[in-house]
Design a protein around this ligand. Structure first.
Ligand code: FES
Length: 354
């Protein structure tokens, strides 16, 4: 069992379990330390240096996300001038090394670099802006990648390797030529990517984003509605991002126990059916070779009457019902009860049964 230690952060004494990081202890106690490469679902990389803090007795500033609390009496300063100057320098260098043109970026309002610049009161970096001039990857219908906005935090790399275990996204090349590559530096479309979109979800800037949302507005215009994915019975919790009554993108809910932010390709990108003009929005009753629209009351009465008649004339074993993996467990249970209890048949099955 780990020891309890007493440490001081910004003049306040607090208790910390030995081995917890300074960032974790600070957040548990309501102290804000900004981060960029850190993500709670990923292994700590400690690479961006945005979260640096001063640990008294240490010569260099330490990354709070990767520095464990390891002794009683540790004294940490998270907001003095030395710390803020270092964070400003880091963020200014990031801003200068890419094409971070917020007004023209679809992630405007949903960008951790933009938030950092605001928090650190950086209007414009002191350094000349020199984006790497890398080609735009528009090779597939779901994800667009603009590496001129990439901050090399590696969250996409770790998400692909640690969460999805797909190993498609890597750091490629070296030194100033370092960039994120897929499948040995090919387009997404030619890589072994399965398009789960984990990289899109984890990207803190606008370097990897959803293509389908592009024509509909910026991130700051979005309203979020929580729901459950209907593609299978797993029940992943999704957040629908809505602009003007239209779902413009879908993200996995990071707090949901069932999926912790992850989604499959269908759950994340397969939502265009919702607004498709061919989508059925009311019941249809067949009349000869064609269908006519009907009210729910009329349709349900017709189904009840026909099922009752078949049961009466040919017995309950003449009836069978198939339910769907798109329904919830509760709906499938009710369907089974209806078939067995109400109609009296054991002929009930499910499309996902092996
Ligand atoms: Fe700690 Fe990047 S967030 S080093």
């Amino acid at each position: 069992m780990s020891k309890e230690l007493k440490i001081t952060i910004d003049g306040c004494e607090m208790t910390a379990q030995e081995g917890r990081t300074i960032l974790e202890v600070a957040r548990e106690n309501g102290v804000h330390i900004p981060t960029l490469c850190y993500h709670p679902r990923l292994r700590n990389a400690g690479s961006c240096r945005v979260c640096v803090v001063e640990v008294e007795g240490a010569r260099a500033l330490m990354p709070a996300c990767a520095t464990p609390v390891d002794r009683d009496g540790m004294v940490v300063n998270t907001r003095n001038e030395r710390v803020l100057a270092a964070r400003r320098m880091t963020v200014e260098l990031l801003l200068a090394s890419g094409n971070h043109d917020c007004p023209n970026c679809a992630s405007n309002g949903h960008c951790e670099l933009q938030d950092l610049a605001y928090e650190l009161e950086i209007e414009h970096p002191r350094f000349p802006i020199q984006p790497p001039d890398l080609p735009f990857d528009n090779s597939n219908p779901m994800i667009v990648r603009d590496l001129n906005k990439c901050v090399l935090c590696g969250r996409c790399v770790r998400g692909c390797q640690e969460v999805q275990v797909n190993q498609v996204i890597q750091f490629g090349f070296r030194g100033p030529h370092t960039k994120i590559v897929t499948g040995g530096d090919t387009d997404y479309a030619d890589s072994p990517c399965v398009f789960c979109g984990e990289c899109v979800q984890l990207c803190p800037v606008g370097a990897i984003s959803e293509k389908q949302r592009m024509p509909y507005g910026k991130a700051f215009e979005e309203k979020i509605v929580r729901s459950v994915c209907t593609y299978c019975g797993t029940g992943c919790v999704v957040d629908f991002h809505i602009i003007n009554g239209r779902i413009v993108r879908v993200t996995g809910n990071e707090d949901a126990e069932v999926n912790r932010g992850s989604l499959c390709v269908k759950g994340r990108f397969g939502y265009d059916f919702i607004h498709h003009p061919d989508r059925l929005t009311m019941p249809l009753i067949r009349e000869g070779d064609s269908f006519r629209e009907a009210s729910w009351d009329e349709a349900l009465s017709l189904v009840a009457e026909r099922l009752g008649r078949i049961k009466e004339e040919d017995g309950p074993e003449a009836l069978a019902g198939f339910s769907s993996a798109r329904c919830t467990n509760e709906e499938n249970y009710l369907f089974m009860k209806f078939m067995r209890g109400t109609l009296g048949t054991q002929n009930v099955d499910h499309c996902a049964r092996l």
